[in-house]
Ligand binder design. Structure first.
Ligand code: SAM
Length: 259
């Protein structure tokens, strides 16, 4: 699967939602202060930095496939915090981490069987994974509209070879995948995080960075802004509420497991 290039600075300004989820999960972690932590798909590094603040005697590595994200994240590097451009599909680690954390990133990864296998290998004995990513039913308005616009006669052939960028499984499907692995203390649960964006501009920022990026990368330059504007306008029309907020479905899968 190809990876996508994001604008780390724009993402930082548009990702209040992701930061809200991640901050809550970090607050619930049991951390003693000397752990070694890996953050998969760290993006702009804001959450990775929060993890580093919790482990003054430990070490945190954030990885992401997007150079634009890592460039932004590197501004936060410190004595116990570093970042690297690295594909999650190609994890090279073995017996290194007490915690593998990931927020709002793993629905971009298609092969979770391999991912879980590689995470198991990367953990120290007793180490844990804690993931939160999108599951079935996520962003139903955006997906419906983007599918429809992709099918307009003016865009249809451009998307002939397009591969849908996300894996958003049902919870039962994911439980089966987890059970295939050697982890202990498996827990996997769904969360309904449906939300009203405060303003339509807040929703548009979220569409622009990161949701629409995989689709625009597939179009010739001269068609990108027309496609983007059509999706944005239709999304606003479809989701705007009488109070000016915009509604979208957000369904999450949470995973905890110990080696
Ligand atoms: C929505 S952002 C989440 C960033 C951050 N974890 C947060 O919660 O703000 C998803 C990130 O996953 C990264 N990503 C997607 N597929 C990846 C892959 N195969 N390898 C590494 N990073 C990947 C993207 O580049 C992007 O930065």
């Amino acid at each position: 699967m190809g990876n996508f290039e994001f604008d780390g600075q724009k993402y930082k300004a548009a990702s209040g939602l992701q930061k809200e989820w991640g901050t809550r999960i970090i607050a619930e972690l049991s951390i003693t202060g000397s752990e070694t932590i890996l953050d998969l798909g760290c993006g702009d590094g804001i959450l990775t930095k929060k993890l580093a603040n919790l482990v003054p005697e430990g070490k945190v590595l954030g990885i992401d496939a997007s150079k634009g994200m890592i460039e932004t994240a590197k501004e936060l590097e410190g004595y116990n915090l570093s970042f690297a451009v690295q594909d999650i599909n190609d994890l090279p680690f073995s017996n290194e981490f007490d915690l593998i954390f990931s927020n709002a990133a793993l629905h971009w990864v298609k092969n979770h069987e391999m991912l879980l296998h590689n995470c198991y290998r990367a953990l120290k004995s007793g180490g844990v994974i804690r993931f939160n990513f999108a599951g079935d039913g996520n962003c139903s308005n955006f997906y419906e509209i983007v599918h429809e616009v992709m099918n307009y006669p003016s865009y249809r052939t451009d998307f002939n070879d397009f591969v849908w960028p996300w894996f958003m499984p049902r919870i039962r499907e994911y439980e089966k995948l987890l059970n295939h692995q050697e982890f202990k203390e498996l827990r996997c649960w769904e969360e309904n995080a449906d939300r009203n964006f405060k303003t339509k501009d807040d929703m548009v920022k979220w569409i622009d960075q990161p949701s629409i990026v995989p689709f625009l990368e597939f179009l010739p330059k001269e068609k990108q802004s027309g496609f983007r504007d059509e999706v944005v306008n239709r999304m606003v029309d479809k989701t705007i509420q009488p109070d000016g907020t915009c509604f979208e479905t957000f369904r999450r899968i949470n995973v905890f497991a110990r080696k």
